[in-house]
Design a protein around this ligand. Structure first.
Ligand SMILES: C[S@@+](CC[C@H](N)C(=O)[O-])C[C@H]1O[C@@H](n2cnc3c(N)ncnc32)[C@H](O)[C@@H]1O
Length: 474
């Protein structure tokens, strides 16, 4: 049976190509999404959100801010303002093979960095959170944008097609996806391309790079069931021409934790107090942490905590090595450095945990049982990418990106699709509102980088346009 039927837009979307976005949307909506709660009904596999609902209350990245933030070029970071917040989290006594293993490592080597703890908690080959099961999705612990509705993937598919055009239609065209999980985004993208860009699909090689064996197996099963197994390249290409995609992946890379204490920067290690894992302040494990904060212009106030994602550097090394010519598209929650390190908004940093569609804030509790994430520092991403030959081209919000890339146009086309039920249409419309909500997923950031390309030629998601009649600031 074909698991991912062609999406219902079929021929209707064919004329909607690069740079032809006309529909404008008024964005409203929210963060990494938990399962919708009250008044939620389902239509088959598609959630029907109550119209006008903006979801649960976590992850309000931009409460009270203007709905849209302009597409910007990468700018210098500026220092932050001062508010003190202190406090410590407690977690309950733990007992699991992974907790035992971490305790042993601490007993042998002393307190470990939080990055090491996070690496073990998420990616230990036998017991890591991502390594034991498929995590994103309605049956999992959290919903990401592609899991909310395939319309997200259809918009990305249009950007894929535009990038192919901008690169003069290379053959093969590599779509390299980091952290695809069980392949929900890939299914939506390939479904759209099958209907609207068959020439591209014939030339496309899909290269999933996913450390989780259960997720990888499920991805291959689903793509096989959809008839697209032949598109999948086993292993990453040595030299890709095309698009590298990372949706909510960089936030899952291990981070070091630091705190400003007694006028100096200290690192928060992870120790064991005999009953539970605890944060243990100590001198920095590497000067890189202070160096990066200085480069980013981040000066923490007394008691403030934040994170530095050094693992991002190794990841970018790998991407830069593999991408010969083309684009890197990163979608994630996070912000440029000054915003991310604002002591009034993130006095204790940006680490969050997710389990069973509930958000938590104690990252030391139940290692292996919950997702651990930290907001992406998009200033650091831009600086580090540039050093590796990945030229920062644009940075915008997800709301802006989706609207400019044609989300509204897809919705309008969906209305007229034969066989479209009211419930299906309303589900797509409600999901679109969630994706655009400036208090949630709409505030996620989307960054584009290029290598060996014309930097002036941007796909439509990054072209400055007027939205809801309001001129974007310079
Ligand atoms: C929050 S999930 C997002 C899954 C999917 N992209 C989505 O949007 O639904 C993060 C994914 O990134 C994967 N991941 C973590 N580190 C990675 C790395 N270095 N390379 C590739 N994938 C990675 C995890 O295994 C997990 O599947």
């Amino acid at each position: 049976m074909v698991e991912a039927p062609p999406h219902p837009l079929a021929s209707l979307c064919r004329p909607c190509r690069a740079g032809r976005v006309r529909q404008r949307l008024t964005p409203t909506w929210r963060g990494r999404v938990r399962r919708p709660v009250a008044d939620t009904r389902r239509t088959g596999d598609v959630p029907v959100y109550p119209l006008g609902a903006t979801g649960a209350s976590h992850g309000r990245l931009h409460a009270g801010r203007p709905a849209l933030i302009a597409t910007t070029r990468w700018g210098a970071a500026s220092p932050t303002r001062a508010v003190v917040y202190t406090g410590g989290g407690r977690n309950r006594p733990v007992g699991s093979p992974l907790a035992d293993l971490i305790q042993r490592e601490i007993a042998e080597r002393g307190p470990i960095t939080f990055a090491r703890f996070m690496e073990l908690a998420l990616y230990h080959p036998q017991h890591g959170y991502y390594m034991t099961s498929v995590r994103a999705g309605r049956a999992g612990d959290f919903l990401t944008a592609p899991e909310a509705h395939p319309i997200f993937g259809w918009v990305i598919a249009r950007q894929v097609a535009e990038c192919w055009d901008l690169l003069d239609r290379p053959e093969p065209f590599h779509l390299v996806e980091y952290g695809p999980g069980s392949g929900t985004l890939a299914l939506a993208i390939l479904g759209y391309l099958a209907q609207n860009e068959p020439h591209l699909l014939e030339r496309l090689r899909y290269c999933p790079i996913e450390p989780s064996a259960p997720a990888r197996a499920e991805l291959l099963r689903r793509l096989g069931a959809a008839g697209w197994a032949h598109l999948v390249t086993d292993g990453p290409p040595a030299a890709a021409s095309g698009l590298v995609l990372a949706n909510e992946v960089v936030d899952a890379l291990p981070v070091h934790r630091v705190r400003q204490e007694g006028g100096e920067l200290r690192e928060l290690f992870v120790g064991w107090d005999g009953q539970r894992f605890v944060a243990v302040p100590g001198p920095l494990s590497t000067p890189e942490l202070a160096d990066w904060l200085a480069r980013l212009g981040v000066q923490l106030v007394e008691g403030q905590e934040t994170e530095v994602c050094l693992a991002m550097l190794g990841w970018l090394d790998e991407v830069a090595r593999r991408l010969e010519r083309g684009y890197l598209l990163v979608l994630d929650y996070g912000a440029p450095a000054p915003e991310r390190a604002d002591p009034t908004r993130f006095p204790r940093g940006t680490i969050r945990t997710y389990a069973a569609h509930a958000r938590g804030s104690d990252p030391l509790a139940d290692p292996g049982e919950r997702d651990i994430t930290a907001h992406v520092d998009f200033t650091m991403l831009g600086l580090a990418a540039a050093e590796r030959g990945l030229v920062p081209l644009a940075l915008t919000t997800q709301a802006e990106f989706l609207a400019q890339a044609g989300l509204g146009e897809l919705l309008v086309a969906l209305q007229a699709e034969p066989g479209m039920t009211a419930a299906q249409y309303l589900a797509a419309r409600a999901a679109a509102l969630h994706l655009l909500d400036p208090g949630g997923m709409g505030a996620f950031r989307v960054a584009l980088f290029g290598k060996a390309i014309d930097p002036a030629a941007l796909p439509s998601g990054f072209r400055q346009r007027l939205l809801t009649g309001v001129p974007l600031p310079e």
